[in-house]
Design a protein around this ligand. Structure first.
Ligand SMILES: C[S@@+](CC[C@H](N)C(=O)[O-])C[C@H]1O[C@@H](n2cnc3c(N)ncnc32)[C@H](O)[C@@H]1O
Length: 252
């Protein structure tokens, strides 16, 4: 079992979270903030090519091709989260019903947030809405940590551009790198300094960056070696002591 209490700053694992999570003790995590695959592979029409401009990336990442069933997450999430903990899960429209079916009966509260992306991919053909919103499932039980600020700062709606500029990693590029600003907003509301934040689908470590910026501790798990290595580098760049453990346990 991981000695979570004694992790002073953070630990990162290159592993399959379905295996690695089993090593996390019961009721040891204050906040799960994660961004699992979206099961969008069936909806992709591939990259869009145009004669008059560069192609638009609409391709599906390899990691999204394996179907993730929200129900597969319930037991481990319930087991590791503290009674006063919170859970936030980024997802897409096609899975929100499945998350509701799997999680609503298991927690006192099931809510959702909307992240409005102010710079979504344009719709060149002008044939539909822009895909400018992403959903975030929010779960907790009575007595959960909640740092309510002003009424007008507690809307379940947040706006920000998608991750870009110097924040966006160039090598490797992660197609769904989340902006640290959004993650910090959630971490501020739903945890306190010194708390342990877990992201078991950490990609290039954005949740870890936000957690360390706000003086929380962090456990990150990522299956892909390249993304994992990028997270190691990225978190080492934050002014915190490093204690990284590497473990490969591919399950598929
Ligand atoms: C939506 S992305 C997360 C992106 C992340 N929020 C960021 O800002 O970089 C989902 C990630 O989960 C990883 N993943 C998929 N299945 C996994 C598994 N079983 N265990 C650990 N990581 C997994 C993928 O490789 C991918 O990087």
């Amino acid at each position: 079992m991981l000695d979570v209490e004694n992790i002073k700053d953070y630990k990162l694992f290159n592993a399959d979270c379905f295996c690695k999570m089993k090593e996390i003790p019961d009721s040891s995590i204050d906040l799960i903030l994660c961004d699992p695959p979206y099961n969008l592979a069936n909806y992709s029409t591939g990259n869009m090519n145009f004669s008059w401009r560069a192609e638009i990336n609409n391709d599906v990442a390899k990691w999204d091709e394996k179907v993730l069933e929200p129900a597969e997450l319930v037991n481990e999430f319930k087991r590791v989260i503290k009674p006063n903990g919170n859970i936030f899960i980024f997802t897409s429209y096609n899975l929100i019903g499945k998350y509701h079916d799997a999680f609503d009966s298991e927690f006192d509260t099931f809510q959702f947030m909307v992240w409005h992306k102010t710079n979504p991919i344009p719709n060149i053909r002008k044939s539909s809405f822009l895909n400018s919103c992403e959903l975030i499932v929010c779960l907790w039980n009575k007595g959960h940590t909640w740092n309510f600020t002003k009424q007008n700062e507690m809307h379940n709606f947040i706006e920000s551009p998608i991750c870009m500029g110097s924040e966006r990693l160039k090598e490797p590029k992660h197609p769904t790198q989340k902006p640290v600003k959004i993650l910090e907003h959630i971490i501020n509301i739903a945890s306190n300094k010194g708390d342990m934040v877990l992201d078991m689908f950490m990609g290039v470590g954005s949740t870890g960056v936000a957690a360390l910026n706000l003086e929380r501790r962090f456990i990150g798990i990522e299956l892909d070696k390249e993304y994992y290595n990028a997270s190691v580098k990225r978190l080492a760049g934050i002014n915190q002591p490093i204690s990284v453990e590497r473990e490969i346990q591919y399950a598929y």
